[in-house]
Design a protein around this ligand. Structure first.
Ligand SMILES: Cc1cc2nc3c(=O)[nH]c(=O)nc-3n(C[C@H](O)[C@H](O)[C@H](O)COP(=O)(O)OP(=O)(O)OC[C@H]3O[C@@H](n4cnc5c(N)ncnc54)[C@H](O)[C@@H]3O)c2cc1C
Length: 444
């Protein structure tokens, strides 16, 4: 099939969104090239950069299915059925993500990225690694790359920026009239740590869960890997009493972990080395609009809407961008500019909504999951979902296990929140409540 072979599409960035998008477009018959500043990640000995594993959920799976790679990736994915909460005493309890056994999946960022690049290459996509995009000439729609000490200028019919939170294309769009842009760093940074397999080569904790040590203003989480290790991420304020600034030496670090994560310490034999070796990274939300200048460029994924990672939706939203955009394009292949203008208009409110939800979920993860009233509220919502599955779908399910636009999920979630705040004033325990129908009636 060849829908529009005369159009040359160039993609900036062969990260998660760029590599998936190239595969989806190649399947529609487009000629395309992808330019990436890194070297070919398939030759890298060690996965570099952020979060070694990620939580993949329905929206991401659907895009992978459309690209025809879901089954290959499923073989490399570990299901996580719920949150395993670790309290200060080291006791654990599982909070399932859904009543009907749905899971989110832990996948390796590099495995996923490498599969997508290889599959795209097989479909004829040209990848140019070690090409750093320095500038874009919007009038000519040319991207300017630095490659091996020389400069290359590449023209495009369509130039797509999937070059991440610090996008080169976006920085050029920022200088155009009426371009809106904001970035916001939260007070927390993150650091990756690791729990190796046990001496017998087994997982050191329950593998089918996303582990959380919620501690109020901060938290530790852990996701399982196929090699039976866990990648842990410590989210901590940069400054203050409990902060990265307060952990300056091995003794302070050890004291802090002994005090607040005592059950983790025996599982992390090289905590001190890894902690001081690994970087502390920032967490940013980026809003911008429009995502094109004249209908010949488009920002997608983190380049258009970087969000904090607390809903596990950044990649999922980026993959959903790719699916929705290519579906729209397949319907109107001769009206690329129209498709781009329509796509950004439809998608922007959803990008804003997931950005808001992701910030909200940080509070839930680091604090509320350990709160008794919150746990009782979740029980009531679970019961509502069981009794009225069409009328009351909990917010987490809408975001993670449905294709409902994020903006609708946010709106409905706010409505549910107002109702549940009233309910919780009257009943502190789920067992005290009998009249579920009256709660449903409040939705009208
Ligand atoms: C700690 C953490 C945990 C996360 N966990 C999850 C999770 O569990 N689930 C989830 O869905 N999301 C998660 N995310 C979000 C997810 O990582 C991003 O949303 C996702 O990587 C976005 O993909 P992208 O392709 O848009 O950008 P990126 O993955 O950043 O890819 C951008 C690519 O562009 C390249 N590039 C950049 N600049 C240039 C240039 N000038 N020239 C050429 N190439 C360039 C980069 O090298 C890179 O390869 C997490 C993020 C963080 C920070």
């Amino acid at each position: 099939m060849s829908t529009n072979p005369s159009k040359q599409i160039n993609i900036l960035g062969a990260g998660l969104a760029g590599s998936l998008l190239s595969l989806l477009l190649a399947k529609q018959g487009y000629q395309l090239s992808v330019y990436e500043k890194r070297s070919d990640p398939r030759n890298a000995q060690i996965a570099e950069g952020r979060s070694i594993n990620l939580a993949l959920s329905l929206r991401g799976w659907e895009a992978l299915r459309k690209a025809g790679v879901d089954e290959i990736i499923r073989e490399q994915a570990l299901p996580m059925k719920g949150r395993m909460i670790h309290n200060l005493e080291g006791d654990t309890h599982l909070q399932p993500y859904s009543t009907d056994g749905k899971s989110i999946y832990s996948v390796s960022r590099s495995v996923l990225n490498n599969i997508l690049i290889s599959q795209s290459e097989e479909k004829g996509v040209n990848f140019f690694f070690d090409h750093f995009c320095e500038d874009v000439n919007l009038a000519k729609n040319e991207a300017i790359f630095r490659f091996s000490g020389s400069i290359k200028t590449i023209p495009s019919d369509l130039l797509i920026g999937t070059d991440g939170a610090f996008s080169a294309l976006r920085s050029v769009l920022q200088k155009t009239p009426r371009f809106n842009y904001s970035q916001h760093y939260i007070a927390h940074g993150y650091k990756e740590l690791s729990i190796p397999p046990t001496e017998k080569g087994a997982f050191a904790m329950e593998p089918h869960a996303l582990h959380i040590w919620p501690r109020g203003g901060y938290m530790l989480i852990a996701l399982p890997n196929m090699d039976k290790s866990f990648t842990c991420t410590l989210f901590l304020p940069y400054d203050g009493e409990k902060s990265f600034a307060a952990l300056q030496d091995k003794q302070q670090l050890r004291q802090f972990f002994d005090q607040v994560f005592p059950d983790v310490v025996p599982l992390m034999p090289d905590l001190e080395e890894v902690f001081f070796q690994n970087p502390t990274s920032d967490l940013v939300t980026i809003h911008c609009y429009p995502w094109t200048y004249n209908g010949k460029q488009l920002l997608l994924g983190d380049a258009a809407h970087a969000i904090v990672p607390f809903y596990g939706q950044g990649m999922n939203a980026a993959f959903e961008d790719c699916r929705l955009f290519t579906e729209m394009l397949s319907e109107k292949p001769n009206d690329i500019a129209d498709v781009i203008f329509q796509f950004q208009k439809d998608r922007k409110p959803n990008a804003d909504a997931i950005a808001e939800l992701a910030l909200q979920n940080f509070i839930e993860m680091r604090d509320l999951v350990a709160d008794e009233a919150f746990v009782e509220r979740k029980k009531i919502e679970k019961e509502l979902y069981l009794r009225y599955p069409e009328q009351w779908v909990p917010l987490y399910n809408m975001v993670t296990f449905s294709h409902r636009p994020y903006s609708e999920a946010l709106y409905i979630g706010k409505k549910q929140d107002i109702i549940m705040q009233e309910v919780m004033k009257q009943f502190s325990k789920a067992s005290e409540l009998e009249d579920y129908a009256s709660i449903i009636a409040k939705l009208k």
